[in-house]
Write a protein that binds this ligand. Sequence first.
Ligand SMILES: Nc1ncnc2c1ncn2[C@@H]1O[C@H](COP(=O)(O)OP(=O)(O)OP(=O)(O)O)[C@@H](O)[C@H]1O
Length: 309
Amino acid sequence: MTAAIDVRGLEKSYGDVQALDGLSLSVEEGEFFGLLGPNGAGKTTFINVLVGLVRASGGEASVFGYDVVEDYREVRDRIGLAPQEYNVDRFFPIQEVLEHKAGYHGFDRATARERAREALEMVDIADKADARFHQLSGGMKRRFMLARALVSGPELLILDEPTAGVDVQLRHDLWEIIEKMNAAGTTILLTTHYIEEAERLCDRVAILDQGRKVEVATPDELTQRGTDTLDIGLGDPPATAPQIDRDGVVSARMDGDRLLVTARGGSGLVPDVLRELEAEGYTVTDLDIRRASLEEVFVDMTRTAEGQA
Ligand SMILES: Nc1ncnc2c1ncn2[C@@H]1O[C@H](COP(=O)(O)OP(=O)(O)OP(=O)(O)O)[C@@H](O)[C@H]1O
């Protein structure tokens, strides 16, 4: 099967800044794929290479098997992009902006009008069809950006921080629309700084840092790489933490009368840890497990970039 996105050794430099530094990545057709990375990691540059706004300095990139440079037109017709920056024509009502966009992708006038109307309905701003973009509220602008991305019926929807700065309700509304598109077969590439968003929506995520891929995995797989904390109540708490000799245990310390054990795959270790404590004569009164979050794992993996944004 042809990949929806396939890039090999992608390079892009701006003067001294190496925005993409040998990035290789493949996204399958129908996938919901997340791009995570600190500010300046190269996410937007990568997207811009795919849509033909930026010319890579090295490497190859294709979308559904079409080269992003040589088959520019084929690629552009298959992608719907909601960019981070608003770049919407102020002079036309939003319904017309969408009609122009559909027309650009080859739909005749009547079909373009119909598609524009459907796209506005899909994001729930059909009542604003005659408004100009700058007359919309912040939330409506986000909705409109999504409508414009999907009006041409793209096979690949690229969303660059689609929910930045929106309230919780709108975020959930936007998620629902995007999930519907994905369920109907559209491949989604999403960049976000909301880890919860990636965790909730994405089949797989790539973590980028300094123009390179640090990791690609499912959110679950990544979470399992973090350390969980076993917070254990002991009946007659000792002053220093008991020694726990088990693979996976990273540390053990007392915090007041609680024993805190950090471990990889912590919940799987619980029976062993409890058995060992009981064998050493301790009484366990209660136990709480705090799972590693994707956020912690992400911060750990991209720590090198801290403070550079
Ligand atoms: N047009 C440009 N001219 C010069 N430098 C650029 C340009 N576009 C991007 N850069 C630089 O390339 C690097 C990658 O930027 P990019 O916007 O791709 O990162 P990002 O991961 O999308 O960041 P953010 O999460 O902040 O949106 C940054 O150091 C940025 O300053």
